[in-house]
Design a protein around this ligand. Structure first.
Ligand SMILES: [Zn+2]
Length: 373
């Protein structure tokens, strides 16, 4: 035992000597340099600069950068709080259960810059084909069966019971999900100060569509007594969809306008709708500039519900429904997609009311008939 301990002594001595040779900074006797204090403030306690439309500067740049990271903003990071930034903030607020006002206040930014921020939903894009939930295409080449009746139809007046939006016809129906999205959208518009809205059309049965066509044929024959039925029908089909070819048959399309206004295009409401409908799952179904593809003249008032996973992608890539379906599922928008000049589009060039075409003549007060709905 003793022999064993004495054998360790030279080893310990060697270790002590080695340790004393290791350089040691700072040298004994000098003061240690001050270590900076940790100054990060917990996110929830930070005060953020309030920003809204028109703001500029580094804080806006930081906001845009974060919105881009989360997938809400695709514009330039230029430090300028314009329409694109405002829309991105709105979207962010919507998907994070915040008040949707498009302004970056303390609460919005506290969530935005936290780990709890919910990112933008992934667009369906070209990858969701297998999910099989693509919007149904209805146009002159893709009619709906005469007997088709959508599931879960509701009266708009019931969905909008607590709203000030005018439902022009009390019998107007829509599919519940779409009707509820419509209510949410128009409530947001009203919160933005645009109070007056009207829904003048929703679901239309095949019989409704046929009545519209027959009514138009009769009106032509009254005005032109020498016309036979075929001639009158051909003329009517220039502005009224063939029964079964109206999107209203799906219960997912609505005509939105301003009570008493003779034209919707050019109103503040129209501008708001075209800017924001996408955030609520709606698309402007017949946009200006896509007439050759949709087969219809631009219809500012007609929106179609497709769901945000599709609508946001279509907005961001400037795609109408035919283009979108061709991209994500070529089989859904095959060779039967209307071609330029086919269907009503060519004929509409000659109509006396170029602003009102397709199946949506009902926006013109003088053309309204109860059988439209
Ligand atoms: Zn319509």
């Amino acid at each position: 035992m003793r022999n064993h301990r004495s054998a360790l002594l030279p080893l310990l001595a060697a270790l002590v000597i080695s340790a004393s040779l290791i350089p040691c900074y700072p040298a004994a006797g000098e003061a240690d340099p001050p270590v900076p204090e940790e100054t990060v403030i917990p996110v929830e306690q930070r005060e953020y600069t309030f920003m809204k439309y028109g703001a500029t500067g580094d804080a806006v740049r930081e906001l845009q950068t974060r919105l881009t990271e989360l997938g809400y903003y695709t514009g330039k990071i230029d430090g300028s709080y314009g329409n694109g930034t405002q829309t991105a903030v709105r979207l962010f607020q919507r998907y994070n259960a915040l008040d949707v006002d498009g302004m970056a206040g303390n609460k919005t930014q506290s969530v935005l810059f936290s780990d709890a921020a919910v990112p933008a939903p992934e667009p369906a894009g070209p990858v969701d084909v297998l999910a099989g939930d693509l919007p149904l295409l209805v146009n002159n080449e893709h009619p709906v069966d005469e007997d088709f009746v959508p599931d879960d139809l509701v009266l708009l007046k019931d969905v909008f019971a607590s709203s000030t939006v005018k439902i022009k016809y009390s019998k107007t129906q829509g599919v519940r999900t779409a009707a509820e999205a419509l209510l949410e959208m128009l409530s947001a518009a009203q919160a933005d100060g645009l109070k007056k809205w009207q829904i003048s059309a929703g679901y239309r049965t095949w019989a409704d569509q046929n009545s519209m066509l027959e009514s138009k044929i009769s009106s032509y024959r009254k005005k032109n007594t020498s016309w036979g039925r075929t001639k009158a029908r051909n003329a009517a089909l220039k502005t009224v969809a063939t029964p079964g070819c109206s999107e209203h048959h799906l219960g997912l399309a609505f005509d939105v306008n301003v009570p008493g206004a003779s034209s919707f295009a050019g109103t503040k409401q129209c501008k708001w709708l075209h800017e924001h409908c996408w955030e609520y799952g709606f698309i402007v179904r017949y946009p200006a500039g896509k007439e050759d593809i949709t087969g219809f003249s631009a219809e500012a008032w007609h929106v179609r519900y497709v769901g945000t996973e599709h609508s946001l992608y279509m907005r961001d890539h400037d795609l109408c429904l035919e283009e979108y379906l061709a991209l994500v599922s070529p089989a859904a928008a095959d060779e039967e997609t209307p071609e330029a000049g086919s269907g009503t589009e060519e004929d509409i060039q000659d109509t006396v009311m170029p602003d009102f075409s397709g199946d949506d003549l009902i926006i013109e007060e003088e053309l309204l008939t109860e059988e439209d709905i």
